[in-house]
Write a protein that binds this ligand. Structure first.
Ligand code: ADP
Length: 639
């Protein structure tokens, strides 16, 4: 065949795009490999489908594969596939113009961003992927040779990306396409330069971006073989991708070991997963999801820079992004997994993803499935669930706080220690109760779900506030419990009520009695308040104590102390809320204090301060001045 070389101009938009790609400083240049391999994989898909009705096209070669060849001397990387190939017309229109919608959108966005945001360019390129042209990020010359399946003539396309490309006829024995990248040499100031002739660099990029491509990606590599004197270098072909898109297989065909291995692969977590959900959705949107609940928390669970979902997004088995924020809410950030969409375009941009109704619907379904899976575990294996809760409960509780839509469902999964059971590892429930179980145990005359919150369970178990509801069960809230649960307000129609807030509702007789006693002790209460000054909001008699002399009570609408601390940490101005000191009118201390008030001003003052400190200690709070407290105590003991 006589080679007739023709020179063509790139279409204007294509020229502009190429120019930008060539001069891009985009750091993740390795995505060119993902783009080219994905084109090759598409080409194999196309021929495989056409071959079903026209077996002649396959010409007996049905083993589709993608091959990487490196020429170290010439510094080239060639990506070859035995897919459908292109003829001269196709190559000109496919590689010389921009027709596809994704790239068009990219070009449009570029036109808008042009002057204002040149530095935004790398981001745009990374987001859109620019298909075939991305090769020009790493190569200064690109040669494509191709022969279309079922046709005789081969074609060579060549360009230096500068506005023109040439096309010529060639002889080519194999069907399919080879793309040869003449790799750019390292610029002195390019710190992120990667040498794509190196096996390790290629392997790493493929593992990251193309591991589950359905066709083998092969490469000839050098290996040492034999022992000692017989040791020699040999060349052998190795497969770089695992090709195992486990999620595309039927559940019944997947063994537990395979599920476990895949979990290790995507999570890099060597602990066994707690559970998984695997389902396929068909309909308006089709996708497959395989997501795992870990059993042990990772280091970064509370790292503020890692609060997004770890679920990976694939489109038709091609990896799009490792951390797709929109696939799961942040309170499920411990979940690992993949979602593989059939419908999203491969070059989907981050912006498109963010507003994609499709992703929102996937998220909804995924969350529902994960909550169901946790609910099942809670019912079936309480002990294992309680351990899981110990690892991730605190994150899940964020869901009660954040999500109007899922609040009740997440609340059903919450576990709390309660006054009913001592926390013990032996029992099935390990001393934790669900809200539903609590409500199930409530006597008919108990109207509210009682809770008490504080720094730790042990202190709460000894709190004087428990005396208010002697005998009735109380949930102990620690960590962010009260903050999260404050959004819940009620469960199963029962209000959640803090034992240490607001005034206790009393019947008329009890109220009259308390008021009368308060009147009798009016002077004493006033003197205590005067003595404590700003340390307390007020001093009054209590209807919540049996044994303890005093306790501190917050206002009905007081912010949970943990929330106040959170808001302050965010720089908000949250005033310190003073609390009311409530005294047990039946405690001997009252008579003693009244005596001191009349006899010894100094000792009265010291005793008031000690009483306040004692109330703080009893609820597990820190003393404002422990040294002073110790001194006062010692002097009182010496009397
Ligand atoms: P996209 O793949 O998103 O359509 P590209 O710029 O990567 O955009 O490629 C443009 C077109 O070139 C493809 O749609 C395809 O028709 C053709 N093409 C690219 N690479 C190959 C290949 N390896 N084999 C066959 N056709 C290819």
């Amino acid at each position: 065949m006589t080679a007739t070389q023709e020179t063509h101009e790139f279409q204007a938009e294509a020229k502009e795009l190429l120019n930008l790609v060539i001069h891009s400083l985009y750091s993740d240049k390795e995505i060119f490999l993902r783009e080219l391999i994905s084109n090759s994989s598409d080409a194999c898909d196309k021929l495989r489908v056409e071959g079903l009705t026209n077996a002649e096209l396959l010409a007996g070669d049905e083993e589709f594969k993608i091959t990487l060849d490196v020429d170290h001397d010439a510094r080239t990387l060639t990506i070859t596939d035995n897919g459908i190939g292109m003829n001269a017309e196709e190559i000109a229109s496919n590689l010389g113009t921009i027709a596809r919608s994704g790239t068009k959108a990219f070009a449009a966005e570029l036109a808008e961003a042009k002057d204002s945001a040149k530095e935004d360019l790398p981001r745009l390129i990374g987001q859109f992927g620019v298909g075939f042209y991305s090769g020009f990020m790493v190569a200064d010359k690109v040669t494509v040779e191709s022969r279309k399946a079922g046709e005789e003539a081969g074609v060579r396309w060549h360009s230096e990306g500068l506005g023109e490309y040439t096309i010529e006829d060639i002889d080519r024995a194999e069907r399919g396409t080879s793309i040869t990248l003449h790799l750019k040499s390292k610029d002195d100031d390019d710190e992120r330069y990667q040498d794509f002739t190196q096996e390790t660099v290629l392997k790493a990029a493929i593992t990251k971006w193309s591991d589950f491509v359905e066709y083998p990606i092969e490469m000839e590599v050098e290996r040492w073989e034999g022992e000692d004197d017989d040791r020699k270098k040999i060349n052998k072909v190795e497969q770089l991708n695992s090709m195992k898109p486990l999620w595309t297989r039927a559940k019944s065909d997947i063994s537990d070991e395979e599920y476990a291995e895949f979990y290790r692969h995507i999570s890099k977590d060597w602990n066994e997963a707690f559970g998984h959900v695997h389902f396929r959705a068909e309909g308006v949107h089709s996708y497959t999801a395989l997501c795992y609940l870990p059993s042990k928390k990772g280091m970064e669970l509370f790292d503020p820079s890692h609060l997004e979902s770890k679920v990976q997004l694939f489109v038709q088995r091609v990896h799009i992004t490792s951390e797709c924020e929109d696939l799961l809410p942040s309170w499920l950030r411990f979940v690992h997994g993949v979602v593989d969409s059939d419908d999203l375009p491969l070059n989907v941009s981050r912006e498109t993803l963010q507003h994609s109704r499709q992703l929102q619907q996937i998220q909804k379904r995924l969350v529902k499935k994960l909550l169901e899976a946790m609910g099942k575990k809670l019912k079936k294996d309480r002990k294992a669930y309680t351990e899981f809760w110990g690892e991730f409960g605190q994150v899940l509780k964020e869901g009660v706080w954040h999500e109007d839509g899922y609040r009740d469902d997440v609340a059903k999964l919450c576990l709390f220690p309660s006054s009913n059971a001592e926390g013990n590892d032996e029992s099935e429930d390990m001393g934790f109760t669900t809200l539903a179980e609590y409500v199930g145990r409530m006597p008919a005359d108990q109207e509210s779900i009682w809770f008490l919150s504080g720094v730790d369970e042990k202190t709460l178990r000894n709190s004087p506030h428990l005396e208010r509801v002697s005998g009735q069960e109380v949930l102990f809230f620690t960590e962010i419990d009260e903050v999260a649960m404050s959004k819940l307000e009620e469960f199963d129609g029962k209000k959640l009520v803090a034992l240490d807030k607001g005034e206790v509702e009393l019947d008329d007789a009890a109220k009259d009695d308390l008021e009368k006693r308060a009147k009798d002790l009016k002077k004493l209460l006033k003197s205590i308040k005067d003595s404590l000054g700003d340390a307390v909001e007020d001093v009054r008699l209590s209807a919540r104590l049996n044994d303890s002399p005093a306790c501190l009570v917050a206002g009905e609408n007081a912010l949970p102390p943990q929330l106040a601390a959170m808001l302050r940490a965010q720089g908000q101005d949250v005033p310190e809320e003073k609390r009311v000191l409530e005294l047990n009118p039946d405690h001997d201390l009252i008579t003693r204090l009244d005596g001191l008030r009349k006899d010894s001003k100094d000792r009265f003052k010291d005793t008031c301060e000690l009483l306040h400190g004692q109330a703080l200690l009893a609820e597990g709070s820190a003393l404002p001045d422990p040294a002073r407290f110790a001194k006062l105590l010692a002097s009182q003991l010496a009397v």
